[in-house]
Design a protein around this ligand. Sequence first.
Ligand code: HDE
Length: 712
Amino acid sequence: MPPRKTPSKPNPPPPSKNEQLEAYRARQEDTVLTTDQGIRISDTDNSLKAGLRGPTLLEDFHFREKMTRFDHERIPERAVHARGAGAHGYFQVYESLERYTQARFLTDPSLRTPVFVRFSTVGGSRGSADTVRDVRGFATKFYTPEGNYDLVGNNMPVFFIQDGIKFPDFVHSVKPEPHNEIPQASSAHDSLWDFVSLVPETAHMVMWLMSDRAIPRGFRHMEGFGVHTYRLVNAKGKATLVKFHWKPVLGTHSLVWDEAQKVSGKDPDFHRRDLWDAIEQGNFPEYELGIQLVPEGDELKYGFDLLDATKLLPEELVPVQKVGKLVLDRNPDNFFAETEQVAFCVANIVPGIDFTNDPLLQARIFSYLDTQLTRLGGPNFAELPINKPVCPVNNHQQDGFGRQTINTSRANYHPNSLGGGCPMLADPKSAFVHRQERVEGHKIRARSGSFGDHFSQATLFFNSLSKPEREHLISAVEFEVSKVERAEIRERVVNQILVNIDRQMAERVARAVGVAPPKPPKASDASAGKPAPRLKASPALSMENTPHDSIKTRKVAVLVADGFAGKELSQVRKTLEGLGALVEIVGPTLAPVSSADGSKETPVKTFQNTSSVLFDAVYVPGGDKSVTALKKLPLAVDFVREAYVHCKALALSGAATTLLDAAGLSQPMAKGLDDSMGVVRSARNETRGFGQMFAKAIAAHRHWVREAPPPA
Ligand code: HDE
């Protein structure tokens, strides 16, 4: 029988991803311990021995199985992005985008497409801390009715290199150095800055890495970017260039560097925990999908090449249209089975989306499946529950380690007549068909001239930041480069890179890292050849211009000891909780504390086991006795001092205002600091308007005005 072209029956509707996973969940309530073969076991604490004090016997299959399984529990961690946290959720498009794409998940507003998202850091090992200075991965697997679509992005819109062939070089330079495997999860070392100083195309991304974007408040507070220019393709085959964005509904917020370093020690799981807790509490993280659309043929219209991944497309030139929402509403059941085994792949695309010739993207199309063959132990990892599409999978790819599917057909080749021609070829209308594109050129190992400008957008980014953000960036560069041991590398960073971005910054860094200041500009400098910028600044690049209007899910510590002002606390708490904040009582011990009016509060944290760096804001209610006790506790005083130094909202009332003195803060306060600067005070134990003012201060996120001015 000749192969048929189209299936006679339509595919059955796919199950939801959750239904599909349900078939794999193994619940162990009311079960009995067995071996992997199902043999019941009545003793798993003593190995089988020849005599009570004799040697263990080889015959002990239970011991051998238990130990052998343990010995093989680890799989290779991801070469990059090893540390991460994942969550399930769904994506829904607001209105059909059929004008631009035929992808079902982007054209059917009634469709809730299940997703699994994994956030990650890049450089550190699987056990490294969450709040290190690094890029964050933001990878989304859409389980669409037409197959899996993976949007594997980062929280920064550009990348370090332009051509994927340089990826191993870049990653080797940023990872711990090969001789001693130091430093862990840090870019502050010689090899990274050596690479940066020799590869000017890194300049723009290095500015992002040195910015506060590299120390996000949480995964819920960061943007995501597809980075590359992709194509949307509609049913008529018309293509439109597209850049993908994720915009967090809570706004984009960061930590401060001193805080981030302390959090790394106090709670290395800070971001993972924040994501987990938010979902458990029903505060589902939400992000809007944004797209920037550019007609085909306009790749070079904006003064740079849209195929160059070291460039962003300013929102002021092409606005971001918000087209749908991603909601993360379910934590994984098992970290290893889901978050560790999920395999994202840039090559996983569905009809309606296509690649471009961005040479970084082209390399990624190869790399992901390739690395997963090793990481997940062979070619059958798409059958793992977390990776399995919700639509039918039929092909002749069989065998290999860990094969699950039992293909019953005798024909495992195409074309065939033994299997009735099945699986049949799909109708091209419903299939993925690579968009035809005319390609012409010499076989050549070279870089396009249109990729030549490495500094304009680095400068644009730097100039677009608010003053405090710029100061943070400069301090970050000073910190990092000062850790570089070789003076010639520090000197090259200043003179080959920084000076071409911003001369004043270069001069300041030169001073801080003990190298000669940059020489006056010469006509031959790279910066001298910089094209005139189309935009002086792109306000959308500053986090200050993202939403600051909500205190939803912000964590507020309330510091108490016996004798606190109980009525005041309950009213302020009511206001804050009413606005969605999470209030936690911190006391000297976990034993209940009594207020001056006799009510009781049970602390959930103590000064010993937590710290202000783990909160967004701090409130100390009045009450003479309570405040006197707090003043005697150095950790409580430190709590207030650190919250102040990290520019967080503080609320102090009644006697608690004197804690500022105890924390050594009366001097800066005396210099005209007022409530608008995020320290909300009330002389009496008063609540009217106080909670509201505090809430406003928390919503502002940080009060940078309190930061010490930079040295002259
Ligand atoms: Fe990746 N990247 N990458 N990358 N990447 C991997 O794939 C690679 C790049 C990104 O949570 C690896 O399965 C190359 C840009 C994320 O599991 C590997 C190049 C962007 C994740 C790999 C890049 C990313 C990865 C390691 C340059 C943002 C984690 C483990 C050509 C747009 C996904 C794995 C997860 C993971 C290769 C550059 C994002 C080695 C060759 C640009 C979020 O295949």
